[in-house]
Ligand binder design. Structure first.
Ligand code: NAP
Ligand code: MG
Length: 493
């Protein structure tokens, strides 16, 4: 394994106003390679004073300076330049992402390509935003201006670090906002790696700022800060609720993407091989650390036993290994904390249901936060492993009898991010699509995600949408302008 980060434990500071800035406390925190449990970087830990400094930089870049004068077309050109630099350095970034998250290198490469695509998409969209002329009476003119919402505070998780940063930064910058990004404490490295590239591409200092550190300190300070106009958050529902409460004090705009317990529904007659593959891919990709993971696998009773058997057989072939090896299909979980959390659900699951495969730590690894791909079956939808987001390679298979019951079980969850349905019956497919209370539905697939299409949830999976024009929309305010064309006085008094 050749890597610059392998041999050197790098130190990263916060990135504020185009400069690396130490945290005022001088505190640093360690960042790990979860496959070796070794420290690979030390990162500055921001406190409220550091966050304040970053917000002031973003505020000043938004309120004055060159950024508010930059045309939409120019913002697009800067985003294209950034995307180009990311493409040129894709291998380097993929390696850092792989080492920091533990995800297989091949998946990390897809992620980095998606990062560049996301910046390119919003680069192209930046100057296609139009206002409206409103059909008011003839003696007036009314139109709307689309104006950037202001300073965006953006808080992201560790499962797709640079991609989640792109989903937040790209639309915000296209809209003309300025940003303070708080990466997850476990995985700040790729965002920090590209931090100076924004100025290199031509973004003025202060437009993109990155503060590292703990959610309860740095994240909370960002949410509470009166200089921040909007918070965009991806993470757990528990933290989402804390954020909404805190943001209420300053009535910030808030968008939330909070994950779920997504049903992956299989009817008799679905293409067998594709379905079995889709059930495994839906829940085990990225070690199951996916907000839209198809972690509840609903299978029609007529095919249930054989389906569980086929899934189990195929799951035996999932290659766990070192993340940098190209054949690896599953790496370790991101952290000790996540390993402990998932392991505790494995114990809960063993009491609640039957184990088809997995259920513990794979024996071949002396080190690293590896967990076996695990399939529980005969799971009741009321079980904790069917209701709570585990965020690891753990599937709960639930039998159902007929379309009505499938829909009832699928919707019986506080979440509503995503779902998938597998059938060759087109009538049934679309009836189920319409009945599901979720923001994303796949038919005969699960997980493909494109920047052109909206992403976000119903119910407790959050609110607001990312990606596509919907994602850009969230970074605008609408100003209505009324022009009186009638020179006679109002004559009211
Ligand atoms: P999390 O605690 O919700 O973290 C997400 C982000 O929010 C991180 O940057 C985190 O900082 C920050 N944060 C934490 N507390 C905060 C607060 N009080 N105010 C502002 N920001 C705060 O998620 P996690 O700890 O990484 O993972 C725990 C569980 O969340 C997982 O097991 C999974 O169920 C769920 N999760 C969901 C998603 C998703 O995409 N929907 C992604 C990741 C995790 P720190 O890095 O310091 O925690
Ligand atoms: Mg956390």
């Amino acid at each position: 394994m050749s890597s610059s980060v392998k041999t050197v434990v790098r130190a990263y500071q916060n990135y504020v106003n185009g400069q690396w800035v130490k945290s005022s406390s001088g505190e640093m925190f360690p960042v790990y390679d979860p496959s070796t449990e070794e420290v690979i970087a030390q990162v500055a830990s921001a406190n409220a004073a550091d966050v304040d400094q970053a917000v002031k930089a973003a505020r000043s870049a938004f309120d004055s300076g060159p950024w508010p004068q930059t045309s939409a077309a120019e913002r697009g050109r800067l985003l294209y330049k950034l995307a180009e630099k990311i493409r040129q350095n894709a291998a380097h970034l993929a390696e850092i992402e792989c080492r920091n998250t533990g995800k297989p290198i091949v998946e990390a490469e897809y992620d980095i390509a998606d990062v560049a695509t996301c910046y390119e998409y919003y680069a192209g969209l930046a100057n296609k935003v139009l206002g409206h002329v409103n059909p008011v009476p003839a003696n007036a003119l009314s139109f709307t201006l689309r104006e950037p919402v202001g300073v965006a505070g953006q808080i992201i998780p560790w499962n797709y670090p640079l991609l989640m940063a792109a989903w937040k930064l790209a639309p915000a910058l296209a809209a003309g906002c300025t940003c303070v990004l708080k990466p997850a404490e476990q995985t700040p490295l790729t965002a920090l790696e590209i931090a100076p590239w924004f100025e290199e591409a031509g973004f003025p200092p202060g437009v993109v700022n990155i503060v590292n550190g703990m959610g309860e300190i740095a994240g909370a300070a960002l949410v509470a800060h009166p200089g921040v106009d909007k918070i965009a958050f991806t993470g757990s529902a528990a933290v989402g609720k804390v954020i909404v409460k805190s943001a209420a004090d300053t009535l910030k705009r808030v968008t939330l993407e909070l994950g779920g317990k997504s049903p992956n529904i299989f009817f008799e007659g679905a293409d067998w091989e594709a379905a079995v593959d889709g059930a495994l891919f839906g829940v085990f990709i990225n070690q199951g650390e996916v907000c839209s993971a198809g972690s509840r696998i609903l299978v029609e009773k007529k095919i249930y036993s054989k389906f569980v058997e086929s899934m189990t057989e195929k799951a035996k072939r999932i290659k766990l290994g070192a993340p940098m090896e190209r054949e690896t299909k599953m790496g370790p979980l991101v952290s000790k904390e996540q390993y402990d959390r998932v392991s505790s659900y494995l114990e809960i699951g063993k009491k609640e249901a039957k184990v088809a495969i997995g259920g513990g730590r794979p024996k071949q690894f002396g080190k690293g936060y590896y967990v076996e791909p695990t399939i529980f079956y005969d799971v009741e939808n009321s079980a904790r492993i069917a209701r709570e987001e585990i965020f690891g390679p753990v599937a709960s298979v639930i039998p159902f009898d007929g379309e009505g019951e499938a829909i009832r079980i699928a919707n019986d969850t506080p979440y509503g991010l995503a779902a998938a349905v597998w059938t060759r019956d087109i009538f049934k497919a679309f009836r189920v699509v319409k009945a599901l209370r979720v923001g994303i539905v796949w038919v005969n697939h699960m997980q493909p995600t494109y920047v052109e299409a909206p992403w976000g949830g119903y119910k407790q999976s959050g609110f607001g949408r990312e990606l596509g024009p919907w994602g850009l929309e969230e970074y605008f305010e609408t100003k209505q302008v009324f022009v009186n064309l009638d020179e006679t006085p109002i004559g009211w008094y």
